[in-house]
Every structure is written in structure tokens, then in C-alpha cells.
Design a protein around this ligand. Structure first.
Ligand SMILES: [Zn+2]
Length: 454
């Protein structure tokens, strides 16, 4: 497969064929039944959450914890068992495997990704999952002693889960639904394609990554060598959610150097300059109406997350987040202007510097509309209503998109993530599984991506 470059992607002019969603119905071909798939998803999920893969943000090592290595080995073995080729675990415990195309026609090469680690801030050791079959709509007591209860207040989406199979934790740990639901869904798809070789599909690459929660894992993925045209992370929440954009992100560091080695009683008419005052003026000049706690939905923010002083030097670190380039640039100017104002007010400052550092980009611009249309068609063909959402943060998909592989995120049926109230909805996992199956069928009907000249 060709390995597209970022610019090539934007200008290649994709040649997707007609979206004949109903031309090849995998459910008719295989006489699909929900119940055994729900059973497989449940069993797999229960197996994966037994491995403690809590990530650790306080180390540079990838994987940051041993449990991730163990899960990587387990998953590689399972991929091989269900016919994946070229299964590898690299030195960072990234697991990759390929389901080779079983059709003659050249079609786009796609990938599905999920992450093995769980959130660093809460224990994932000795998770004791509990399966609740056909949820009756009542409150779910997770731990009575600690008053941990799932109800319409602590879990607003639970009202939609009537009659579903749910999996909850037991109070002292998270569950690990983020993102072991995603792994279970992808692995169940791999097995289904193995059990049903009559279903046509193009090349499908599977990737399980470590340390998504700390952001370190995806950096270790050799994206170019995957040879993939389009990818999906399976790491989203409620049914139908399709995450197509994330924040643009940059960091800034302002350093004010004063001169306070003067007796304050004799500061007037001296070289006295107060770095503490400069820093607090700078912070005050940043707009209150564009802070994290005063913004939501599509509005971006500026956030100072560290102020530290050593003698005459005060350092202020912060971040800028926004979806549109317009707002992103405007917030950057706001920070620059505040800095300029403070600098102008303090001619006696020994030094004042401001630096910006780009972190990640909104992936939206690099998602071809044809890919979005095809993905929504896949959901609709499975009677799932697609709902495009924006992530007020970064995603692994943004890193892939920046490297030329458009990678939206698909729902996986996880709720209340990163908490003891985390739960998984097996019926939503099953809907995600069907979305993946439909996607593989739809992509197999498309024309291969055109090699670009760039
Ligand atoms: Zn996740």
C-alpha cells in the first residue's frame, strides 16, 4: 500500500466508490445472532480486566507498567489463534497484526486500534467485575459501605440501558472499560472474520497500544510502517458516538526576571523590579471568560497550570486549547498581548520572555468527508444513529491524523470512565462490533486509494 503523506492526504482527492451499504450484508451471509456475540464480548472483557494495566505517568518508560506487557502477550497469542498474520509485539509492547485481504480487487487498507492501559489515577489491581443481566432499571449498588451507587444522577445514560447486560466494578478499583471494551470488540471482530471466511474484506490491521492515558504510547508506534490508509480508534463512549475532532493544543511559558536584591525601603529610584507582580499582572490580564471552568462545548480556553518562583525569576506555564484555527490564533494573540502589556509596564525588568510550543492539532481538517460519510452509513445500516462529537482534549487519532492516517474514534460502550463508578454496556459493545463488521464490508467495496505524486 502507498504510505500517504499529510499534504498528499489533503489534496489526493479520494476516490471512494458508491456507498452501496446494503449490497453485501454480512448478517445475511452468516445468519447473525446477537446472543453468542454478547457472550463472547462479555467473556473477553472479563478476561482482559483481570490484568492490571494501570498506567504510570511518573516514568518515561513505555510501557509504564508490567501488566501492559502481560496483556500484550495475551492479545498477540489470541490474534494468532484467530488467523492474524505477521503478529508482532515491539519493544514498547505495541501489538500489531494483519488480517490479509481475501478479495482480488485492490481496496483501501484500514486499521482498528484500542489501548491496553487504564487511567493512572485509580487502581486497576484485583478488579472484581460483576455482570448484571437484563438490567431492570433500578439503582445499582456497587459498594454500600462507601455509598457507591449507579443511578440516574451518577450515571445519566443508565436510563437508556433498560434490558441491557451491564458490567460494573466492586468499589475499590476502576473497571477498565476504557479501553478493554475496545479490545474485546476488535478481537471479537477478528474471531468472527476467522469463523466466517465467506465474508469479503480488504486488508485490516489491528493495533493494541500501551500508555494512551499518559499520551506516551502512540509516540512509539511506527505509523508509516503500518501501510494503512484509514484507521479507527475504538475508544468512545455512548452508542452512535463518532468523535471527529479534538482540540488544537499549544503550551506557553512566560519568564519574568526582576531585581529584588534591593531593600524595599529604598526601592524607589533604584533598579528594583518585581517579578512576582509581573507574573500576577500577566495572569490577571488573561480573560476570565475563557478559562476551563467558564467554557464548554465548542469554546476554547487559556489555562495557567503552573507558577513558580526562584529568587528573581518567576515562570508561568500554561496551555491554549481551541477547535477552530480562528479561535486558536485569537487566544494565542491574547496571551501574547497580555505579555506585551506587562513587559511594557516594567521597563526595569531584567528580562521577559514568552515562548509557545505546538502540542497537537485538531484532526478534523484531515478527515476526508467520504470517510465520514462511509462511517455514518455503516452505523445507519446497523440501525445506529450516528452522533458526531468533539473531544475537549487530545486523542491518539490526532497523532495518526497528523502522520497522514485519518483516524476518527468509534463508540465502545464505556461509561463513567476513570472512576469506581465505571461500567460497560454489553449491548452497546455489540452495536460497536456490528459497526466494525459493517465498516469492513463497506471498505471492501471501495476503490483503492490512489497513489499520490507528493
Ligand atoms: Zn480510552
Amino acid at each position: 500500500m502507498n504510505k500517504p503523506m499529510l499534504l498528499a492526504l489533503l489534496s489526493a482527492g479520494l476516490t471512494l466508490g458508491p456507498l452501496s451499504a446494503y449490497g453485501q450484508d454480512w448478517k445475511t451471509i452468516t445468519r447473525y445472532e446477537k446472543a453468542p456475540i454478547k457472550e463472547q464480548l462479555t467473556e473477553r472483557f472479563l478476561k482482559y480486566v483481570k490484568v492490571d494495566t494501570q498506567s504510570n505517568a511518573d516514568t518515561d518508560q513505555v510501557p509504564s507498567t508490567k501488566g501492559q506487557k502481560q496483556l500484550a502477550k495475551q492479545l498477540a497469542k489470541e490474534l494468532k489463534k484467530y488467523g492474524a498474520q505477521d503478529v508482532k509485539i515491539n519493544e514498547y509492547s505495541i501489538v500489531t497484526g494483519l488480517l490479509p485481504s481475501n478479495i482480488k480487487k485492490e481496496v483501501p487498507s484500514i486499521a482498528f486500534l484500542a489501548h491496553m492501559d487504564t487511567a493512572p489515577e485509580i487502581s486497576g489491581k484485583d478488579v472484581k467485575p460483576r455482570v448484571i443481566r437484563k438490567y431492570d432499571g433500578k439503582d445499582i449498588v456497587i459498594n454500600a459501605e462507601r455509598n457507591l451507587v449507579l443511578n440516574s444522577y451518577t450515571a445519566p445514560l443508565l436510563t437508556k440501558a433498560h434490558g441491557h447486560d451491564l458490567i460494573v466494578a466492586s468499589g475499590s478499583t476502576l473497571l477498565g472499560a476504557d479501553d478493554k471494551t475496545g479490545i474485546a470488540i476488535i478481537m471479537t471482530m477478528v474471531q468472527y472474520l476467522y469463523d466466517h471466511p465467506e465474508i469479503s474484506h480488504g486488508p485490516i490491521t489491528i493495533v493494541f497500544t500501551p500508555d494512551e492515558e499518559t499520551g506516551a504510547g502512540i509516540e512509539k508506534l511506527d505509523i508509516a510502517s503500518l501501510g494503512v490508509d484509514y484507521a479507527y480508534t475504538v475508544d468512545g463512549e455512548d452508542q452512535g458516538e463518532l468523535m471527529t475532532e479534538n482540540f488544537n493544543a499549544k503550551a506557553f511559558t512566560a519568564v519574568f526576571t526582576g531585581n529584588r536584591a534591593v531593600h524595599p525601603g529604598a526601592a524607589q529610584n533604584s533598579a528594583f523590579a518585581d517579578n512576582l507582580l509581573m507574573a500576577s499582572d500577566f495572569h490577571t490580564l488573561l480573560p476570565r471568560q475563557q478559562r476551563p471552568e467558564t467554557t464548554a462545548d465548542k469554546r476554547g480556553f487559556i489555562y495557567v497550570d503552573e507558577i513558580s518562583t526562584q529568587g528573581d525569576v518567576t515562570t508561568i506555564k500554561g496551555i491554549i486549547r481551541a477547535f477552530t484555527d480562528e479561535e486558536f490564533n485569537s487566544l494565542t494573540s491574547t496571551v501574547q498581548n497580555a505579555f506585551n502589556t506587562v513587559k511594557a509596564m516594567n521597563p526595569r525588568a531584567k528580562a521577559a520572555t514568552l515562548e509557545f510550543k505546538d502540542e497537537y492539532k485538531n484532526m478534523k481538517a484531515s478527515l476526508p468527508p467520504e470517510m465520514l460519510a462511509l462511517t455514518k452509513t455503516a452505523m445507519q445500516a446497523e440501525e445506529i444513529t450516528p452522533k458526531e462529537i468533539s473531544a475537549r482534549g487530545g486523542t491518539d487519532g490526532a497523532t495518526l491524523a497528523a502522520a497522514g492516517i485519518p483516524t476518527p474514534d468509534i463508540f465502545a460502550g464505556m461509561y463513567n470512565i476513570h472512576s469506581e463508578l465505571e461500567y460497560a454496556d454489553v449491548d452497546v459493545m455489540e452495536a460497536s462490533f456490528r459497526t466494525l463488521m459493517r465498516l469492513t464490508s463497506l471498505w471492501a467495496q471501495q476503490n483503492a486509494k490512489q497513489p499520490s505524486n507528493q
